[in-house]
Design a protein around this ligand. Structure first.
Ligand code: HEM
Length: 464
């Protein structure tokens, strides 16, 4: 059941004739409790039962708009992106953790920092990092080689350790693998509190109010800060030696003013890049191994490709174009389990999307999780099938049917790096080890912030 609602006419858009649908919710809470308890299921069913243009309601008159078809996504992220900002309900809680880094800044500050950071993510800069990815993956495999064949590990933890050491070395020339347990836990705990604050917004208590949640947050943030301070302090000792992202950010100067980044600005960018740069890729790789273990025919085809192309040698950047199936597997994994599973925005002025009036200040919710499983865009949407990502099939789909890295000017700055890292890691690990899920565990996605597999994922490692 649902109800229809028309916005009051806008004088700018008299042609807005379509009416938003509102799924039935509870009298007081609206849809808030369902979104809080099980957002993935709620949003997916809301789209499947009511369509692509929904107005959702919560208590105290709070409303938000849920847009799921590719035309609407493209409108918000790209075509009319100037009319959309990141809303305070995301920015304020996320800034507690990330300060004013790229992900949590707007306006001229964001433009300046994006411009300063961009060269580090240029194709040529990233190409130099390929060997780092392979070295870090092989270091992990040497550790696995020292364990008895058939050992059981926590897959998600292994992937966090791997991507943290890649991000540390690639971005800051420092190996952070030893901090994986602490940082991994601190990031999860801090994300949980940021997430809870997004739901509580605007009733956001300042951090100095001594709640147990705030104590926990400060503890987690303290662990992360000590790692980030270590990164910057070690670098200050020999500032000239490294040609990496941190070096570029430290020496970058604004074209107009000649000013560099302050220490605080630098720290916020380091925090953002390290967290955004490892947590997402770790989640995506974990899901990839889970899906491969659940689909042995795909795993077998991957091994055929690796054998034919590499035959046991370490992969290099130049091999990637000859490993299309490894890339298709990763693309399909990002479709089914997109690490960034939703993107919030706020309309600055009235807007018209597909005949629907979006009022000024409206909160808009886009969701990779839902659009990537949209039944009108994807045949058997819940099934894992890398063949969806052949060049012809990609061309035949609307561009924003698939947007794991967002779009428009705020598209993920690390997209090319992430794709290269994942394809190389899959090739390096896949040809040496068979990874199988231990039978009997239930694999459930945890959407607290990045979409990770919930809890410990036990996997058996067998040498090939
Ligand atoms: C599979 C891996 C990844 C996924 C799925 C992913 C996804 C995304 C998405 C969807 C956004 C847009 C957020 C928004 O506009 O609301 C984003 C932004 C961002 N990502 Fe990624 N990301 C990944 C890997 C990385 C890596 C490896 C880095 C850095 C090394 C990175 C750094 C960032 C930064 C700094 C932003 C903010 C960009 C801006 O607003 O200018 N990400 N990412």
């Amino acid at each position: 059941m649902c109800s229809m609602s028309a916005e009051p006419k806008s004088k700018n858009y008299p042609e807005a004739t379509n009416e938003w649908k509102t799924p039935d919710g509870e009298f007081f809470w609206g849809s808030a409790q369902q979104v809080k308890n099980d957002p993935l299921n709620f949003y997916l069913q809301a789209q499947r039962q009511n369509g692509d243009y929904l107005k959702l309601k919560a208590m105290l008159g709070f409303e938000w708009y849920f847009l799921t078809n590719p035309t609407a996504v493209e409108h918000v992220l790209q075509t009319n992106q100037k009319n959309f900002r990141k809303p305070d309900l995301f920015m304020k809680p996320a800034s507690l953790m990330l300060g004013s880094g790229l992900l949590t800044s707007e306006g001229s500050f964001w433009v300046k920092h994006r411009r300063l950071s961009q060269p580090a993510f240029h194709r040529n800069s990233i190409a130099k990092l390929a060997s780092t990815v392979v070295e870090c993956s092989e270091k992990m495999l040497s550790r696995w080689d020292n364990m008895p064949d058939g050992s059981v590990v926590d897959l998600q933890h292994e992937m966090v350790q791997l991507t943290l050491s890649v991000a540390g070395r690639a971005l800051f020339s420092i190996d952070l693998a030893e901090h994986a347990t602490d940082v991994g836990r601190a990031v999860r705990e801090a994300f949980a509190i940021v997430n809870a604050k997004m739901f509580a917004y605007p009733l956001l208590l300042p951090l100095w109010v001594p709640t147990s949640e705030h104590q926990q947050f400060k503890q987690s943030k303290g662990i992360m800060d000590s790692v980030f301070t270590k990164i910057i302090t070690e670098r200050r000792k020999d500032p000239d030696e490294h040609n990496d992202l941190l070096g570029m950010l430290m020496s970058a100067r604004d074209e107009e003013t000649g000013a560099g980044m302050t220490d605080d600005e630098l720290k916020d960018e380091v925090v953002t890049l390290l967290i955004a740069g490892h947590d997402t890729v770790a989640a995506a790789l974990s899901w990839t191994w889970i899906l491969l273990s659940q689909n042995p025919h795909v795993m077998a085809q991957l091994h055929d490709e690796l054998k034919a192309e590499l035959d046991g040698r370490s992969p290099a950047l130049s091999d990637l174009e000859h490993l299309p199936y490894a890339r298709m597997i990763f693309d399909e994994s990002l479709r089914l389990y997109p690490p960034a599973w939703g993107q919030p925005r706020q309309a600055i002025e009235d807007d018209l999307i597909d005949g629907y009036l979006l009022p000024k200040n409206a909160i808009v919710s886009l969701s990779q999780w839902v659009t990537h499983r949209h039944a009108e865009l994807w045949d058997k949407p819940d099934v894992f099938d890398p063949e969806r990502f052949t060049p012809d099939k990609i061309k035949a789909r609307p561009k924003f049917a698939y947007f794991p890295f967002g779009g428009g000017s705020r598209v993920c700055i690390g997209q090319s790096f992430a794709l290269m890292e994942a394809q190389l890691a899959i090739a390096t690990i896949g040809q040496r080890y068979q990874i199988d899920l231990v039978a009997g565990q239930s694999i459930v996605p945890d959407p607290t912030f990045t979409l990770i597999p919930k809890g410990k994922i036990s996997a058996t490692l067998r040498r090939r």
